[in-house]
Design a binder for this molecule. Structure first.
Ligand SMILES: [Zn+2]
Length: 267
């Protein structure tokens, strides 16, 4: 009975998207990871985006007016992560707060010696456990400028990580995946990455990933969608785990789209 009601409600929402075809085509054309999507993937992504926009509230802060296009841009990127999962992966919270630019996060913590600290830190994005996702629109718009940089994917990857508690780089795994394998692969890759960053070596993905295992997972997720070939070349095992977790292979998709374009060009 409940399932029937849920499906009925879903169908009803899907029939009334809060955007038109022109806006949808424009948003798909904006991102390197949405451009190569197949017709079937585009249609599934569109459904998730409509349901996401119905379920979540996206509000502006510090005077920012959040328009339809901004909402659609955020929802589309967020739903890329769950394209082959389910909207249920974003359960337990409803709000996305968007600042015009960087915002200051304030928090208190007690260090090892029991000393209380008050920190004010400029942020481009933040995810709260069972709370909102906070984004800087200026940074969310920086797509294509810095390769592999995507604050929306980054924060929503933290949200998936938080499905089983604090963000720690260990999201709840998909059926058939091995926790031991995930731990082994990510621990080794993280340690290797930190060593490279310490030696000031050039890395394909943002050195901020060395901050913690949670940031490593979020940054590698950004890169997985934005620059999949770099992740596959530098961290092949991590790439395999991310492909299994997200149930999609952006590198393969990109290569297929390129081949298709080359064929079309040769014709
Ligand atoms: Zn982060």
């Amino acid at each position: 009975m409940f399932e029937t009601f849920r499906n009925w409600r879903r169908e009803r929402i899907l029939r009334r998207p809060p955007f038109d075809d022109r806006m949808w085509a424009a948003v798909l054309d904006r991102y390197p990871f949405t451009r190569p999507l197949s017709a079937d993937e585009r249609s599934r992504l569109r459904d998730s985006v409509i349901l996401f926009l119905d379920e979540k509230t996206i509000v502006g802060a510090r005077g920012l007016e959040v328009g339809h296009e901004m909402r659609l841009a955020i929802a589309t990127q967020a739903c890329m992560l769950i394209l082959n999962l389910d909207l249920d992966f974003y359960r337990g919270w409803t709000e996305v707060i968007v600042y015009p630019g960087e915002f200051v996060a304030e928090y208190d913590y007690v260090d090892h010696d029991g000393v209380q600290h008050h920190v004010e830190e400029p942020m481009t994005g933040e995810s709260w456990l069972a709370g909102p996702v906070i984004l800087s629109w200026e940074d969310a718009e920086r797509r294509g400028e810095a390769q592999g940089y995507n604050v929306v994917i980054h924060e929503f990857a933290h949200k998936l990580d938080m499905l089983n508690g604090d963000a720690n780089g260990y999201p709840p795994l998909r059926a058939g995946m091995s926790r031991e394998e995930w731990t082994r692969v990510f621990d080794a890759a993280y340690r290797g990455f930190c060593a490279r960053v310490e030696r000031n070596e050039q890395t394909g993905v943002d050195p901020y990933a060395a901050e913690s295992p949670a940031e490593f997972f979020a940054v590698l997720s950004e890169a997985f969608f934005e620059i999949p070939e770099v992740v596959r070349a530098e961290h092949p095992e991590v790439y395999g785990q991310l492909a299994a977790f997200y149930r999609q292979d952006p590198g393969l998709r990109l290569a297929a789209a390129r081949e298709h374009a080359a064929e079309a060009g040769a014709r």
